[in-house]
Design a protein around this ligand. Structure first.
Ligand code: HEC
Length: 117
């Protein structure tokens, strides 16, 4: 094949696309299969929003329940993630019991990260 500017461009394009997909793949794997922020928010909405403010603004419907966006101010989110994963997060008397799969935990923590102040 003759090397023309066109083949050089094509070569660069192929290399570029491979690099992008490799980066994306690494990102995907390091995320443990991807985080579904939408699902994380849904979980908070259906299980926690009765009492907690779960969004970036607003007060909690139940006064003593801390707004989710202030969690990171109080303790590292990793602590909550670990507690959820190990099933030792019993929460508080008013809080319903719930069980989460590792994927649900990642989604939920991922969502929490997006709203922290
Ligand atoms: C029925 C009301 C209610 C629901 C539903 C509820 N919470 Fe709470 N939550 C509270 C109250 C009240 C407090 C603060 C008083 C306390 O710690 O007992 C609190 C505190 C917390 C704390 C801080 C605990 C600490 O040690 O300071 C976390 C974390 C928390 N909630 C997470 C959640 C999550 C996650 C959900 C949803 C899966 C949820 N809560 C659902 C009422 C609720």
């Amino acid at each position: 094949m003759k090397v023309t500017p066109k083949t050089v461009m094509l070569g660069l394009l192929i290399v570029g696309l491979s690099v992008i997909s490799a980066i994306y793949l690494i990102y995907f794997i390091s995320n443990g299969g991807g985080v579904d922020l939408q699902a994380g928010r849904k979980f908070a909405e259906s299980n926690c929003s009765r009492c907690h403010a779960i969004g970036p603004t607003g007060a909690s419907p139940l006064d003593p329940a801390v707004p989710f966006r202030t969690f990171a101010e109080r303790w590292p989110l990793e602590t909550l993630e670990e507690a959820l994963a190990e099933g030792i997060f019993t929460g508080h008397p008013a809080m319903p019991e719930f069980e989460l799969t590792p994927q649900q935990i990642r989604n939920f923590i991922g969502y929490l990260k997006t709203i922290q102040q």
